[in-house]
Design a protein around this ligand. Structure first.
Ligand SMILES: Cc1ncc(COP(=O)(O)O)c(C=O)c1O
Length: 394
């Protein structure tokens, strides 16, 4: 029985795990770059549901594909073949290029990172992992070992992977000393998102590629937040003109339907049966949604859009006299503003002006708009941001 007596916020507050600090807003529907509350108030969604809604909300091509597939076949475990899964592999092959061709499909970013770590262990028979300070790769126990933030890790001391070395991001000398003949994988984000929106130095990524090849380690690039056009290229690593060994995808891959993927170079070979698996991985519903999403991202030239709008927006931000802003960082439509003070009052002031934004830590305001956002929408963001920052500093 579903009760409609109490409002959703009261019910959720009574049942929440406590894991999330919630904002007092009930979102009931979305359309394009906007989401709506129960009174039909519109909010420009610069969170994209945590970077998921690359095509905005309720994109008709994606919802059409989901509806059609839902009435055809929702579930089909990977012990059987499936037409949608096969089509998705072909679509991803086209995007990633000829060297890639092996996939493990799963259901979230953290699960994909778990998969990538296990695959690196299996393919190299080595145990050590190099990750970066400020990195975020998820919160399941394996992924958590590679995530940096001590607030996430410390409650689980002793339970996370003991074989991870964290080096300073963009520190090439540290790479040289950290990668050894025992390193199974080097795990890097092309732009650190949760860590504060820090783009990678392309030379750091190129050196990581070179050293991994030289020393027999796998280079895993976490494209969960940066992938599929967000940074102005299909994949963030393309800014450095390198090819990783393993690419990890999730978030927007299936247009909002949960899906993660580990992709690796065909030449690396297969993992052995029974070493990994998951019930929902590669289910036809998520695959159909992913195919429609990738096709539409291709049709709208999403990477070029993100690149052009991102350059324009960052220039506009830099030209304005933004009160209390220490630094503006980003790549494509992944943008962070380092503030002099706390970010949460600015997020609230923006919400009062009909704009939803993310944070990255205590002082960084983060924008991850849908890649279909228009210049007119971003112009509104600019003027609302100036007002919001002035209000907060007053
Ligand atoms: C770069 C990166 N890796 C991994 C994850 C974990 O993904 P999920 O929240 O789907 O487990 C995230 C989530 O924000 C992320 O941004």
């Amino acid at each position: 029985m579903i009760s409609t007596q109490l409002d959703p916020q009261t019910i959720e507050a009574a049942h929440t795990s406590g894991a999330y600090s919630k904002r007092p807003l009930t979102i009931v529907r979305g359309e394009g770059c906007y989401v709506y509350d129960e009174h039909d108030n519109a909010y420009l969604d610069l969170t994209s549901g945590m970077g998921v809604a690359l095509l905005g909300h309720a994109h008709p091509t994606v919802t059409g594909a989901i509806a059609q597939q839902a009435s055809r076949l929702i579930t089909c475990a990977e012990i059987f073949y499936n037409d949608q899964r096969a089509q998705l592999y072909e679509a991803l092959d086209t995007l990633l290029g000829a060297e890639f061709g092996r996939y493990f499909l799963c259901n979230s970013g953290a699960e994909a990172i778990e998969g990538a770590l296990k695959i690196a262990r299996l393919l190299t028979n080595r145990t050590q992992v190099v990750a970066c300070k400020r990195a975020f790769h998820g919160r399941t126990l394996g992924a958590l070992g590679t995530t940096w933030n001590s607030a996430y890790r410390e409650p689980f001391t002793g339970w996370t992977l003991p074989t991870v070395t964290h080096i300073a991001y963009n520190d090439i000398a540290a790479l040289y000393s950290a990668i050894t003949d025992q390193t199974a994988a080097v795990l890097l984000e092309p732009v650190q998102g949760e860590g504060g929106v820090y783009p990678i130095d392309p030379e750091f990524l190129r050196q990581a590629r070179r050293l991994c090849t030289e020393r027999g380690a796998l280079l895993i690039v976490d494209e969960i937040q940066t992938g599929l056009g967000r940074t102005g290229r299909w994949f963030g690593y393309q800014h450095a003109d390198i090819t990783p060994d393993v690419v990890v995808l999730a978030k927007g891959l299936a247009g909002g339907v949960p899906m993660g993927a580990v992709v690796w170079r065909t030449a690396l070979g297969l993992i052995e049966g029974s070493t990994h698996g998951t019930t929902f991985g590669g289910n036809p519903l998520a695959c159909a949604s992913a195919i429609a999403t990738l096709q539409t991202l291709h049709d709208i030239e999403a990477p070029a859009r993100a690149n052009n709008l991102g350059i324009w927006f960052m220039n506009e931000l830099r030209e304005r006299d933004l009160t209390g802003v220490r630094e503006i960082r980003g790549l494509g439509l992944m943008i962070g503003l380092e503030l002099r003070g706390r970010v949460s009052p600015v997020v609230q002031a923006l919400q009062a002006r009909g704009i939803l934004a993310l944070v990255a830590g205590k002082t960084v305001l983060r924008f991850l708009p849908p890649l279909i956002i228009t210049r007119a929408d971003l112009e509104y963001v600019l003027s609302a941001l100036v007002d919001a920052l002035n209000e907060v500093s007053a």
